[in-house]
Ligand binder design. Structure first.
Ligand SMILES: Cc1ncc(COP(=O)(O)O)c(C=O)c1O
Length: 427
C-alpha cells in the first residue's frame, strides 16, 4: 500500500482541505472508532440476522434515528450502499406501488433538471420515462408550474431536492407537496447531500424552508449518512412515510430452490461492518455533534457566498443556497468561469464544474472550513488570471465546451466518459 500511495503522489491530497465535498471527515477520533467497528464486524452480514443480531439492531437504529431527524418517527426505511442506491430504490418502490394500486404499466417521473443523475440512472435501469423540468434562473428552484403540466395519468412520482448537487439550492417542497397530494403521486425529497445539515439548520439559527416529512405530500426522503453524517463510505438511508410504502421496495421470492429469498434492497449480502461503522459515527456525533458541525460548515458556506458577492464583482452566486454548497458563475461574457476553475486547479483546488449555466461549486466540509480565507484569495487571483490571459482551453473547458457546442459533442463526450471508466479497471 505504501508503494501504491507513493505511485499516486502528485495527485490531489484531500488532507489539505482544498476539495469540494468528496471527503466527509468527522475527525481522527471518529476515524479510529469507525476502524475498530470494522474490525469487530468485518465478517458480519445483515442478510443473516440470526447470526448477526447486533448488526440487525444497529441497522434498525440507524434508520430510526434518521426518521426522527426528519420528523417521521413512525415511518419506515432501510439502509443502502449510498445516495444512488437510495434513489434507485425509491424509483423502484413508486413503480411497483403505482402498478399495484393504480395499474400503471408505463410509468413516468417528473424530475428537476437540477436533481441528481441517480434519478435518470434509476429510470434507465427500470425503463421509466423521465420528464426533465427546468429551474428558475434566479431562484434555481424547479419551475412548479411546469412540474404541474408534466404530471399525467402515468406519473408515479415527482422529485424535489433539499439541497441539490449543482448549486446547493432547495426546491419549493411545500408547493411540490401540494401537487403530489392533489394528483396522488409520490414526492421524493432528495436530502442525500443535505443529509445531516438540513435537519439542524433551524436549531443552528439559519433560515430554512420546510423540506421534511412535516410537509404534506412528502412520501419519501433519501439521506446520506456517508456524507455529513460522517459515516464510512457506503451507507445511506431511504425513508418512507409509512411501512406500507416500504413494502414495495422489497424483493421476495418464496419459490426459490435455495429457500424463501427476501431482501430489502439491491444487494443480497451486505457489509455489516459499514452498518456498525455508521452506527458508531451516529452515536459518537450525537445531536450536539451534528448541530455543531452544521453551525461550523454552514457558517463557512455563508461566509464564502457573502465574500464572493461583496469582494469579487466578476462572479455571482447562484440562488440562495441554504446549506453547505455555494455555486458561482461569471457576471461577464469575457470571463469563462471554467477557466477560473482551471486556474484554481493549478493552485491545488478541486472544485466541481457545472453547466447550464457554466459555474463552479464548492461543497464545504469540515476539511474546507479552515480554508475559507485561502479560497477567497485564490479565487480572486484565479479570476485575474482567467481575465487577463484567457487560454480558451484547459481540461474543464475542453470537455464541457465539446459537450455543449457541437451536435456530436455529447455523444463524443459519452464515448470519452465510457473509455475513462474502462481505464479505471486497468490493473
Ligand atoms: C443531491 C445528491 N443526491 C444524490 C447523490 C448521490 O449520492 P452517492 O454518490 O452517494 O450515490 C449526491 C451525491 O453527491 C447528491 O449530491
Amino acid at each position: 500500500m505504501e508503494k501504491m500511495d507513493a505511485e499516486s503522489s502528485g495527485h490531489v491530497d484531500w488532507h489539505e482541505g482544498k476539495i469540494s465535498g468528496a471527503v466527509y471527515h468527522g475527525g481522527e477520533d471518529l476515524q479510529r472508532l469507525i476502524v475498530s467497528a470494522f474490525e469487530r464486524y468485518s465478517v458480519s452480514n445483515p442478510l443473516h440476522p440470526d447470526v448477526f443480531p447486533a448488526v440487525r439492531k444497529m441497522e434498525a437504529e440507524i434508520v430510526s434515528m434518521c426518521l426522527k431527524m426528519y420528523n417521521n418517527p413512525n415511518g419506515a426505511g432501510v439502509t443502502t450502499s449510498g445516495g444512488t442506491e437510495s434513489i434507485i430504490m425509491a424509483v423502484k418502490t413508486y413503480r411497483d406501488w403505482a402498478r399495484a394500486t393504480k395499474g400503471i404499466t408505463e410509468p413516468e417521473i417528473v424530475v428537476p433538471i437540477s436533481a441528481h443523475a441517480a434519478f435518470d440512472k434509476g429510470a434507465a435501469y427500470l425503463k421509466i420515462k423521465v420528464h426533465t423540468i427546468p429551474v428558475d434562473p434566479v431562484t434555481r428552484q424547479v419551475d412548479v408550474k411546469r412540474v404541474s403540466r408534466a404530471i399525467n395519468a402515468n406519473t408515479i412520482m415527482i422529485v424535489g431536492s433539499a439541497v441539490n448537487f449543482p448549486d446547493g439550492c432547495q426546491d419549493d417542497i411545500v408547493a411540490l407537496g401540494k401537487l403530489a397530494s392533489k394528483h396522488k403521486v409520490g414526492l421524493h425529497v432528495d436530502c442525500c447531500l443535505g443529509s445531516f445539515i438540513m435537519p439542524f439548520l433551524e436549531e443552528a439559527g439559519f433560515p430554512v424552508e420546510p423540506f421534511d416529512f412535516r410537509v404534506e405530500g412528502v412520501t419519501s426522503i433519501s439521506c446520506d449518512t456517508h456524507k455529513y453524517g460522517f459515516a464510512p463510505k457506503g451507507n445511506s438511508v431511504i425513508m418512507y412515510r409509512d411501512a406500507e410504502l416500504r413494502r414495495f421496495q422489497y424483493y421476495v421470492n418464496p419459490n426459490w430452490v435455495g429457500g424463501v429469498y427476501a431482501s430489502p434492497s439491491i444487494a443480497g449480502s451486505r457489509p455489516g461492518a459499514l452498518i456498525a461503522g455508521t452506527w458508531a459515527a451516529l452515536q459518537y456525533m450525537g445531536h450536539s455533534g451534528y448541530l455543531e458541525s452544521c453551525r461550523t460548515i454552514v457558517s463557512a458556506a455563508k461566509t464564502i457566498a457573502h465574500r464572493i458577492k461583496t469582494e469579487i464583482p466578476e462572479l455571482r452566486v447562484l440562488g440562495q443556497p441554504p446549506a453547505s454548497v455555494v455555486a458561482f458563475a461569471s457576471q461577464h461574457a469575457d470571463l469563462n468561469v471554467h477557466e477560473v476553475g482551471d486556474a484554481m486547479s493549478k493552485k491545488g483546488w478541486h472544485l466541481n464544474a457545472i453547466t447550464n449555466p457554466a459555474a463552479l461549486h464548492i461543497a464545504v466540509t469540515r476539511l474546507t472550513v479552515p480554508m475559507v480565507d485561502n479560497l477567497i484569495a485564490d479565487l480572486k487571483d484565479a479570476v485575474r488570471v482567467a481575465k487577463l490571459a484567457p487560454s480558451g482551453k484547459g481540461t474543464m473547458v475542453t470537455l464541457y465546451g465539446l459537450g455543449q457546442s457541437s451536435p456530436v459533442g455529447s455523444t463524443l463526450v459519452g464515448h470519452v466518459a465510457a473509455a475513462f471508466l474502462d481505464t479505471l479497471y486497468k490493473a
